[in-house]
Design a protein around this ligand. Structure first.
Ligand SMILES: [Zn+2]
Ligand SMILES: [Zn+2]
Length: 140
């Protein structure tokens, strides 16, 4: 199993993920939009034990009843999203990974919350909420 590494903007938070392939989604929900400041967030869901913090410290923000977001205490880079799905997976923003990481985006999710000024011009599947097969822990 190969390791892929990533870091925050200032470099104090560094992490490794033991995966040979990283499957990502573009999420258009309002919480991701505000957390990242862009029209959508590209992130990768994984089991918590696959994510290993190598250096630095994370601060926690409780973003909804079930959701927690962890970010770098110095530069504010968003590093982990917890509690969104019933299987206790975490999501890691794809942009934090090193160049050349084996990331493939394969769906658009929460498309019903997409801002009007962002268009989708590819043929990947679009879902109004979670992709089929994922059980969400919250509805707010
Ligand atoms: Zn940082
Ligand atoms: Zn989202």
């Amino acid at each position: 199993m190969s390791k892929v590494s990533g870091s925050c903007l200032c470099g104090s938070v560094r992490f490794e993920v033991e995966r040979s392939y990283l499957s990502a989604v573009n999420c258009y929900c309002g919480m991701c939009r505000r957390a990242h400041g862009g029209s959508y967030s590209t992130h990768i869901a994984m089991r918590r034990e696959q994510f290993k913090l190598v250096a630095g410290e994370l601060r926690v923000f409780t973003s909804s009843r079930e959701g927690r977001r962890e970010f770098c205490q110095f530069c504010g880079s968003h590093v982990l999203v917890h509690g969104q799905t019933a299987d206790n997976s975490v999501a890691v923003p794809a942009g934090l990974f090193e160049q050349g990481a084996p990331i493939e985006v394969n769906a658009h999710i929460f498309v019903k919350d997409k801002v009007a000024w962002q268009s989708i011009d590819d043929s990947m599947p679009q879902h109004d909420g979670w992709p089929p097969g994922i059980v969400a822990t919250h509805t707010d």
